[in-house]
Design a protein around this ligand. Structure first.
Ligand SMILES: Cc1cc2nc3c(=O)[nH]c(=O)nc-3n(C[C@H](O)[C@H](O)[C@H](O)COP(=O)(O)OP(=O)(O)OC[C@H]3O[C@@H](n4cnc5c(N)ncnc54)[C@H](O)[C@@H]3O)c2cc1C
Length: 436
């Protein structure tokens, strides 16, 4: 049986590999000139890999580890409590472990040992935290770290979804954040091995009115198969980047209405001097950008590459300044905050994910009142099957391992569906391009 996989990100590649390994006929169609999607390892900025997209493996129990171990990849454990500095609201700098042990009001924004209070229907994350007693200072700490990592301002996040994610994350994903020292693309390339992938091939429409699927790309080429896995970013689906014929069923449209992509950007600098002591890998600042870390950490290098990770209002405030303005403004905030007026960058780069037409944002979040939207987005609508981080379970959503798991799930749904004999089993028809 034949399957088209739309999108060569982690979800699409894991789906395609699973199907191919099961002996299915599969083609991957990708809009960009590269595979990997939001995993995007750069190898020219520095003498070590620099991640312009996803950077860490979040958790020591997640599915990515089987590939990391199989490939024998070296990882760096981000020892947050030891190698991170926090600019406290009082103006002093502390190591993360000092900040946590000396300031219980700060510690709770890291431990998330919250009172057992359920969110109200439609409650947003900020209102929930205020209701359970977080004061302004604590809310600022949450904004600077947790909410920044969630990819959007707290007022936009469903409290039910966040609480559900928090309650199951540690148990399901395990603890810790790890960087693959040789780059995330090692996993991407492994999954892609032997797959038939067409690059530079943006899909415009998906016709699923018959027993199979017919897909049309920007240059007018048509592909046909028994089924298709839609492994496209939520941002592309929300922007009506793909015309579905017939339109998507109501439950799918409702799911899309409850989900959004937060604006997430990375600003990467090659600095002319070290920012801090050698053992410091990360800095939690109190101005914009609120989060900095060094991809050089753990590498045998003299380079001082630092990345600012910025989302939500912080990201929008920088983006309105234009690319150069954003890079200048972020660096000058850091100089001021660290008291290092002589700090300069010899090179810098802004990775603007919201402006990328084939991503349109950083990653997904659930709007207040729409808890359950991810599950609805994931539901199969044969001959269409759904993958991608936005339709992962809450504790896995917005991550690489979540995307990987949705690809596996969607591939198994296709395989199960194929056990039922299809009326017409079409062979894949593809254009005579050489695959990537
Ligand atoms: C800045 C940033 C940092 C992050 N950091 C981390 C991290 O540290 N750890 C972590 O686990 N996660 C992180 N994430 C999230 C993680 O990158 C994503 O959740 C995951 O990579 C999404 O994979 P995906 O396959 O669902 O989507 P994508 O990777 O977006 O793949 C979708 C693919 O579809 C393609 N496409 C789009 N439109 C079309 C079209 N019309 N036709 C054909 N193809 C199309 C795209 O080009 C893309 O290749 C980060 C994300 C960002 C943006």
């Amino acid at each position: 049986m034949s399957t088209l996989v739309l999108g060569a990100g982690m979800a699409g590649l894991s789906a395609a590999k699973t199907l191919k390994d099961a002996g299915e006929d599969v083609i991957v169609l990708e809009a960009k000139d590269r595979i990997g999607g939001r995993t995007f390892t750069n190898r020219t900025f520095a003498d070590h890999p620099v991640e312009f997209g996803a950077e860490f493996i979040h958790g020591d129990k997640v599915a990515l580890w089987s590939i990391v171990n199989e490939l024998g990849l070296k990882t760096l454990h981000w020892q947050k409590t030891l190698d991170s500095l926090v600019h406290m609201e009082e103006g002093n700098w502390l190591s993360m472990s000092e900040a946590r042990s000396r300031h219980p009001e700060f510690d709770i924004t890291r431990s998330w040992l919250l009172p057992d209070v359920d969110p109200l229907p439609n409650e947003d994350w900020q209102s929930y935290l205020s209701r359970i007693g977080f004061d302004e200072k604590q809310l600022r700490y949450v904004r600077r770290s947790f909410a920044n990592a969630c990819g959007e301002g707290m007022r936009f996040l469903s409290a039910s979804a966040v609480i559900r994610g928090l309650r199951s994350t540690l148990e399901q994903n395990g603890d810790g954040d790890y960087r693959i020292l040789s780059g995330y693309d090692a996993i991407v390339n492994h999954l892609a091995q032997g797959l038939e992938i067409y690059l530079n091939d943006p899909i415009l429409s998906v016709d699923w009115s018959g027993s199979g699927v017919s897909v049309q790309s920007l240059d007018g080429e048509k592909y046909e198969a028994d089924s298709a896995i839609i492994a496209l970013p939520l941002g592309v689906l929300l922007a009506d980047g793909i015309k579905f014929q017939p339109g998507l069923p109501r439950h799918k449209q409702n799911a899309l209405r409850g989900l959004r992509m937060g604006p997430v950007i990375k600003l990467v600098y090659k600095l002319t001097m070290p920012l801090a002591a050698k053992e410091v890998m990360a800095i939690y600042a109190s101005s914009n950008p609120p989060m900095w870390w060094s991809p050089s950490f753990g590498h045998n290098t003299n380079e001082n590459v630092w990345t600012a990770f910025v989302s939500g209002d912080w990201a929008m405030d920088l983006l309105v300044k234009g690319e150069e303005g954003a890079l200048e403004s972020a660096l000058s905030s850091l100089k001021k905050e660290l008291g290092l007026p002589e700090l300069e960058a010899s090179e810098s780069h802004l990775q603007n994910w919201p402006d990328d037409p084939y991503t349109r944002g950083g990653y997904s979040f659930v709007l207040p009142g729409h808890h359950g939207a991810r599950e609805k987005l994931a539901e199969p609508t044969p001959p269409l099957f759904w993958a991608g981080e936005a339709c992962a379970q809450e504790h896995q959503a917005a991550t690489v391992h979540g995307a990987l798991e949705t690809g596996l799930r969607a591939a198994h749904e296709v395989l199960n569906h194929n056990k039922i004999p299809a009326p017409i089993a079409t062979k894949l028809r593809s254009k005579p391009k050489s695959p990537a």
